[in-house]
Structures are given as structure tokens and as C-alpha cells.
Design a protein around this ligand. Structure first.
Ligand SMILES: [Zn+2]
Length: 859
């Protein structure tokens, strides 16, 4: 079956008029599409889904008008327009009248609802077209290469705001209680970037960034939460105009927070839509993580205005480049805006997540052929965003940031208002580099068009070091592999007390690095930009652990992350790893702690219930010194990152570490917070809530539920949305599960609450039973992308019995998750169960030893 539309008739301009009727959930529309008929045809094929086409006519080059008839083809989401005679070649105007539905599925033209302070429900209409849902709002050539100009008119109730991609050029009455709002012509762009919003929305005053007015929109009452995003947006807009060397391609920029939104945000040109938590925030009451999230998403979407919107992939196989590049630029911009946040260090956490998925046999190349457009929806994952961005970062560091930027500028100038392929970017970067380096494609193909990545083994050899590479996988880790990558390696060594740095491109299976003397210690992947893992021979590893203070935070992060992966792959015994975590008691970087704590959590899911106290004791031993250093109260002069670290560690110590002192103190501090909210630092509050939940009962549960219902910010709502998943009493966990299908929780959030319950050791059994009983309801209620991601939770069902059930469940019910998603979840589960089979006895011995791990204190 061919999904591509024929190119015999192509559009250049759409004049669209839409009249949504919010109470009935329908809309009526008219479109006049200026098309070029390239050869005589008597039918036109274009995309349409869930639309009823009422009338069809075409006015040809000579002024001759033909009436046509439309037939819908639901399987391919197309409409076939037939005409009684052949159409003459040349420019023609196709006129269509149609009706459609404002659905509740958060795609196409859809309805979103919100409650005001009095509890009254209000409705707004919004759009989400990427990848292939513009066809649900108007008949169109819904392919990214079919770029056209859009002139939109919306007919809306009085008192409702109307927003689209460009500024308003005309407004007027349209009968009783309604008015017409017409928008300026857009640039030539793809259908998936068109947006319409109609509702009782309110906007901030615009800030001018050069010639561009920038506003933040929200439902009424939330305008006070817009300042931070507006500041971030203004910085990014200025930053990208400079970085790309091209003015912003729109006439205004609106950022809109939508109460129901399936993904994080969507880069509609000039009218970017966001999930509220990614846009609206109270700067004074938010944690560092919450602010970083807003800055990241705003930067990401604004970066797309050029990369994606101005120059666009030719087909959906190129979506990775859009997303990888926007993710990369998000780091560059946020790092420039808030250098103290050290965004490239925290990016290590994202890179490690991508290495996790890409270490599976069921990984996939970043770019792969896409036939049916819906297949590209499985591309919106860690490999596209995080591996893609990691690979671009590695290339940027290899070429040098300025050369890289020059290549991007060249690429954008060349493909502005048009479309491009991945190879076009490599070509532009190669031209910008103007130096005798191997052609870009040779270096990049292995990272982009093949799955996986290498583990670089480093050992001492006569006269220096020997590096070797092989593909890293968790299963069959020691199996022979002939695969090779062109690996840009930076290494830093201390040789006889002198620091030396070496850069090389490791192309073959092995390479020797001569060094003038004995190696004290060496860091491979110095600077941490490489997308590969490092396995040090035991003596080198021991010496590196003795020299931790000589490593940058990102290098310590990578060291721990790689050791964890080797452990999961069976190349390092788990007790040995747990022992060496004692070397990190003095650690000060929050990202290093993130990976340390995450792996304690992994072990917790693997071990027998009886061993949990032993693991908790080990966690206390590792974390207490750092918590003692940081205390509960923020200190003058400390950084935002230290404040966030305090929160992270208190939470881990009070939950995973089951520390009674921390639990008692959290309860006391929460009680004081209820009297006076100023008594808790915003970075500590989420930790206190989590710790109180872990030990909490009916009363706490009821209180958190109430706080969820009357939350004042999206972040507060989020906190008390997930807090119930952290309780331990089965009856309370069951109540939370019931709420995921009762309509109490928005469908954009409910699947993630289920995932959180599946991932917790106290809730996973109940949650799994619940999913088995309610998957059909969930499939109907939840947005498809979020429904798929919910099942990631099954990777925490670590036992042979559960694994058998999980493996049977999906084929039994014919549940498909698209792409390789399900295979990846099943393999992650296999890796964990195999780890359990392999390490259970050794962990039991290690964690149940009568003497607590060194350093444990009592009381
Ligand atoms: Zn994006």
C-alpha cells in the first residue's frame, strides 16, 4: 500500500475558514486551495480523516468551474475527489466545504477543559497536528514536503480569544454573538505546523524581541505564572537569531499553556503549545528541576522555529534530525542563559538513558525508513531525542563549536522554506569544516544508520595504553562482535605526575596510544561528550577510583554510569559494585548522585523483600555523610544545584534508605509547612512530601488528594498527582489505581501515574493486576502515545513468574506498541531478571551480613 500522495496536483496556498462549535464538539469549515495541476487528471488525492466533505469544486486556469464528488478512504486517511472531465494543467482553485469533530483524543482539532475557581467547567479548542493529524481539521496534502502558505480565518464566540500561527489582520462581527478573526499569511510551511486555538484564554503583555512580540497565554488566573517562561523565551529568541544568523521567520511568537496536552509541547510556527507544567511556573515556589524543565522545553521549541519549521525534513524518516537538533540546541541555549546550571553536565543523565536503550539487542538505528506515516510515531523516543542530541554533541566537539555552527547556518540558508535530508546536513557541516577530516558521512553513518554503540576497553600495554572497541549489549555481552564505529576519543592521563591529553579517531578494532612513561591514571572519554561506554582494566579502574578528585563531575558521572552498565551486563559482580559506591560518600555533584541512587533503586526492585532492610542500611551508609554536610536548610551563597541536591538526597534517604530520623524530621517539617509555607525550601518540599507519603496513612492520603484538587500551580498539581503513588499501604495504592480510570485524573497524566505505580516495589503487584483488568478502558481513555509509554512500567516486574505473564499478555490481547517499543521493554525486563538469577545469592550474602556496612551509625 502506498501512503505517499501523487505529485500530479500540488498545493501552494490554503485559504481556510473554520467555525468550531464548542458545546456540540463539532466544527464547520471551508478551504480554498490554490493548486498546480501538473498534468491532465480527472481526480485529485489528498488526506482527510474523520471529516465529511460536503462539496467539491475546482476553478481551472481559464475560469472554468467543475463540480466534483469526494469519496473517503479511511484505511489510508485519504479523500479521492473525482471530476466529470479532465482538469487542465495550470494553476487552479480547489474549493471544499466540510464538517468535522472536536475530539477528546488530544490530536487533530480537539477539546480541552478546565475548571474555574467556582468549579465551573470551561471548554477550549486546540490543535495538535504532528505527525499526521492536520487531516482531521481540514482536507490537505498532509506531508511535510508539501509546503504551502496558510491564510486562516476563525469564527469564534464573542469573548473568546482566537490564536493561529500569525498576527491578526482583520476582525469583524459574524452574526449574533460571534465574530470573525483573520490572520496574516504564514510563510511557506508544512501542514503539521499549522495551529488553531479558540477559548477564554488570556495573554501577558508582549515583550519585544527585535521586531517580534512575544506573549505567554494561559487559561484565566494563571497569567501570574508566565514571567519565567517569557524571560526564557525572549532570551532564546534573541540567542537563536544570533546563533543561526537568520531572523525569526514569523511575525509574532505566542507560547500557550493548554490544560490537556498529550506530549510536552509542539513547535507550531508562531503559536507554540505546551503542557502547563512545561510553561507556567511560580519562580519563587518552584524547585530547580521544575524551573529547568520550563527553560528546556521553551528553548527546545523556539529552536524548532528555524530547525524544523523554516527548514523541514523531506519525509518522516528525517524526524530524528528535527528532534535531535532541537534537543541539542536546547542545551546550548539554556547553558548560555544559565551557565550556573551546568546543563551539559545534567545532560549526562539523558545521554545515559539513551545508552540504556541503545544497549539492547532490540535497539534501532536513529534513522530508519518510514513507509506508513504512523510508523514515525514510534520515533518519538529516547533514541531520537537523546541519542540523536548526544551524537550531535560528539560531532560538535569533534569539529569545534564554531565550525559546527557555521555548518548549521549554511544548511539553514540553503534549505529555508524548503525541505532537506540528513545527508544535506552532513554535506553542509563538511563544507564548513574545510579541513582534511574524513567525510562527515563516514563518521556519522555508524552512529545514525546503525543501532548500538561500542564499549571501549582500555588496558595498559608496552609503552602506553591499548584501546579496543566492540558493540556493547546487556545480553550476550561477551559475544564476539565485528561491528566497528568511528569513535572520536579524547583521553586525559597522568603520566609520571604530568597531565597529558590525546585526541584520536578510533576506527579499527584496536589502537595503541603511546605514552612517555607509566600511567598513574587515565580518563577515557575525557569531557564526557562521547556516546560510548568505557571499560577499564581492573588496575586502571582501581587507580582511577583513587583519583576521583582529578575528575570533572561529568567524568565521575560517566564512570559510575558505565560501571552500573557493566554490572547489569554481568561484567562486574554486583557486590563489588556496591562496595565501591563507598568511594562516593564525599560526592558533591547532583548528577553523580542521581545515577548512584537510581542504581540502588534498581537493586531494590531485583532483591527479595527480606533483603530490603540490608539495602536500606547500605543506602544510609552512603548518603548520610552528604546529608549531614548539607543539612535541611539552604545556606547563604550556595548554588541552586546544591539546593536541588539536598532535596534529592533527603528524598532518597527517607524512602529507599528508610531512615527513621529523616522520616521523623520530614513529618515535623511538613506539619510546620502547613502552618507557614515559607518554612520549607522549594527544593526540599517535594522530598518532604515523598517521605511523608512513604510512611503515610489515610489522613495524609486524604490531605494530598485535597491539595491536588486545589493546586495553585501546575507544579503543585503534579507533585500531589504523583505523591499518592509513593504510599506503601495496599488499600491506598489501590485507591490511586482506581482513580486512573475514573476520570479524576486527566488522561494526559493518568498513564504516567500507572507507570509510576508499576515501577514501585510496593505497588507493582497491584498495579500489574489492575492493568491486566483495565487495559481496554485505558486504551480507550488515554492518548495513544502516553498509553504506549505506560507499559514501560512492566520493566520493573522483576521475577521469573511476572516475566512469563508479561510476555504472554501482549500477544494474547493483540496489544502493539509500535516500532520496537515492546521488544525493548521485554528485553529490559529480561536483563533485570537475568541479573536477578545471576546475582541473587551474592546479593543475599552481601546485604544480609550481620555486621552493617562500614560507617553505619545507630539512633
Ligand atoms: Zn521537538
Amino acid at each position: 500500500m502506498s501512503y505517499r500522495l501523487p505529485t500530479t496536483v500540488v498545493p501552494s496556498r490554503y485559504d481556510i475558514r473554520l467555525e468550531p462549535d464548542l458545546p456540540t464538539g463539532t466544527f464547520a469549515g471551508e478551504a480554498t486551495v490554490t493548486v498546480t495541476v501538473r498534468e491532465p487528471v480527472d481526480e485529485i488525492l489528498l488526506n482527510a480523516a474523520e471529516l465529511a466533505i460536503r462539496s467539491v469544486a475546482i476553478e481551472g486556469p481559464g475560469g472554468r468551474t467543475l463540480e466534483g464528488a469526494a469519496t473517503l478512504e479511511p484505511d489510508t486517511e485519504r479523500a479521492r475527489l473525482r471530476f466529470p472531465e479532465r482538469l487542465d494543467p495550470g494553476e487552479s482553485r480547489l474549493r471544499l466545504a466540510f464538517t468535522g469533530i472536536l475530539n477528546d483524543q488530544l490530536h487533530g482539532f480537539y477539546r480541552s477543559t478546565w475548571k474555574d475557581a467556582a468549579g465551573q467547567v470551561h471548554t477550549l479548542a486546540a490543535t495538535q497536528f504532528e505527525a499526521v493529524d492536520a487531516r482531521r481539521a481540514f482536507p490537505c496534502w498532509d506531508e511535510p514536503a508539501c509546503k504551502a502558505v496558510f491564510a486562516v480565518t476563525l469564527v469564534v464566540p464573542d469573548g473568546y480569544a482566537a490564536v493561529s500561527n500569525t498576527g491578526i489582520v482583520a476582525e469583524g462581527p459574524a452574526g449574533p454573538g460571534r465574530r470573525t478573526v483573520s490572520f496574516a499569511d504564514t510563510i511557506r510551511m508544512s501542514t503539521y505546523l499549522v495551529a488553531f486555538l479558540v477559548g477564554e484564554l488570556e495573554a501577558t503583555e508582549p515583550v519585544m524581541v527585535g521586531k517580534t512580540p512575544l506573549r505567554i497565554w494561559s487559561v484565566p488566573g494563571k497569567r501570574r505564572l508566565a514571567r519565567f517562561a517569557q524571560e526564557a523565551g525572549a532570551f532564546c529568541l534573541r540567542f537563536f537569531e544570533d546563533y543561526y544568523g537568520i531572523p525569526y521567520p514569523g511575525d509574532k511568537l505566542d507560547l500557550l499553556g493548554i490544560p490537556d496536552f498529550a506530549s510536552g509541547a509542539m513547535e507550531n510556527l508562531g503559536a507554540i503549545t505546551f503542557r502547563e507544567t512545561a510553561l507556567l511556573v511560580d519562580e519563587g515556589a518552584a524547585s530547580h528541576n521544575e524551573l529547568e524543565r520550563v527553560a528546556d522545553v521553551v528553548a527546545h521549541e523556539v529552536a524548532h522555529m528555524w530547525f524544523g519549521d523554516l527548514a523541514t525534513m523531506a519525509w518522516w524518516n528525517g524526524i530524528w534530525l528535527n528532534e535531535a537538533f532541537a534537543t541539542f540546541m536546547e542545551m546550548v541555549a539554556v547553558d548560555a542563559w544559565k551557565p550556573a546550571w551546568q546543563r551539559w553536565v545534567s545532560f549526562g543523565v539523558s545521554r545515559a538513558a539513551a545508552l540504556g536503550v541503545d544497549g539492547l539487542r532490540a535497539s534501532r538505528p536513529i534513522e530508519f525508513p518510514v513507509e506508513a506515516p504512523r510508523d514515525c510515531e514510534a520515533m518519538f523516543d529516547l533514541l531520537t531525542y537523546e541519542k540523536g542530541a548526544s551524537v550531535l554533541r560528539m560531532l560538535e566537539q569533534y569539529l569545534g563549536p564554531e565550525t559546527f555552527r557555521d555548518g548549521i547556518r549554511l544548511y539553514l540558508r540553503r534549505h529555508a522554506y524548503g525541505n532537506a535530508e540528513t545527508t544535506d546536513l552532513w554535506r553542509a557541516l563538511g563544507q564548513a569544516a574545510r579541513q582534511p577530516i574524513p567525510p562527515m558521512t563516514e563518521i556519522m553513518d555508524g552512529w545514525v544508520f546503525r543501532p548500538g554503540y561500542p564499549v571501549v576497553t582500555v588496558a595498559e600495554a608496552a609503552g602506553g595504553l591499548r584501546l579496543s572497541q566492540r558493540r556493547f549489549t546487556y545480553l550476550e555481552a561477551e559475544a564476539a562482535s565485528e561491528e566497528r564505529w568511528q569513535v572520536p576519543v579524547t583521553l586525559r592521563a597522568s603520566v609520571g605526575g604530568r597531565a597529558v591529553e590525546r585526541r584520536l579517531l578510533l576506527e579499527a578494532g584496536e589502537a595503541d596510544v603511546p605514552l612517555a612513561g607509566p600511567v598513574d591514571h587515565v580518563v577515557v572519554n575525557a569531557g564526557g561528550h562521547g556516546f560510548y561506554r568505557v571499560r577499564y582494566a581492573a588496575p586502571l579502574r582501581a587507580r582511577l577510583l583513587d583519583a576521583l578528585s582529578a575528575l570533572a563531575p561529568i567524568e565521575r558521572f560517566d564512570l559510575v554510569s558505565d560501571l552500573v552498565a557493566l554490572c547489569q551486563a554481568g561484567m562486574l559482580p554486583a557486590p563489588e559494585y556496591l562496595e565501591l559506591t563507598a568511594r562516593f560518600r564525599e560526592e558533591t555533584d547532583r548528577n553523580v548522585w542521581t545515577v548512584l541512587v537510581a542504581y540502588f533503586g534498581y537493586v531494590n526492585r531485583v532483591i527479595d523483600e527480606a533483603l530490603r532492610p540490608g539495602l536500606a542500611a547500605l543506602v544510609r551508609d552512603r548518603l548520610r555523610p552528604a546529608v549531614a554536610r548539607l543539612g535541611w536548610e539552604p545556606r547563604a551563597g550556595e548554588s541552586e544545584l546544591e539546593r536541588q541536591l539536598r532535596g534529592d538526597l533527603l528524598r532518597a534517604l527517607g524512602t529507599l534508605g528508610d531512615d527513621p530520623e529523616i522520616q521523623g524530621e520530614a513529618r515535623r517539617r511538613y506539619a510546620r509547612y502547613r502552618e507557614d509555607e515559607r518554612t520549607l525550601d522549594p527544593n526540599v518540599l517535594p522530598a518532604v512530601v515523598a517521605v511523608v507519603a512513604a510512611g503515610g496513612g489515610e489522613a495524609e492520603y486524604a490531605e494530598f488528594l485535597e491539595r491536588f484538587q486545589r493546586a495553585r500551580t501546575p507544579q503543585e498539581e503534579q507533585r500531589y498527582l504523583y505523591a499518592p503513588a509513593g504510599f506503601r499501604q495496599p488499600a491506598l495504592l489501590q485507591r490511586t489505581l482506581d482513580r486512573t480510570v475514573s476520570g479524576d485524573i486527566r488522561s494526559q497524566d493518568a498513564p504516567f501515574v500507572v507507570r509510576a505505580l508499576l515501577a514501585g516495589v510496593y505497588g507493582r503487584g497491584l498495579a500489574w493486576a489492575f492493568v491486566k483488568g483495565h487495559w481496554q478502558t485505558m486504551a480507550r481513555l488515554y492518548p495513544p502515545s502516553a498509553y504506549r509509554r505506560m507499559y514501560e512500567g512492566v520493566t520493573a516486574l522483576v521475577s521469573q513468574a511476572w516475566e512469563r505473564e508479561v510476555r504472554a499478555f501482549f500477544p494474547e490481547h493483540g496489544i502493539e506498541l509500535g516500532g520496537k517499543t515492546l521488544e525493548q521493554y521485554l528485553e529490559q525486563l529480561r536483563v533485570a531478571v537475568r541479573f536477578q538469577e545471576r546475582e541473587a545469592a551474592a546479593l543475599a550474602a552481601h546485604l544480609s551480613s550481620p555486621s552493617p556496612p562500614s560507617g553505619e551509625r545507630t539512633g
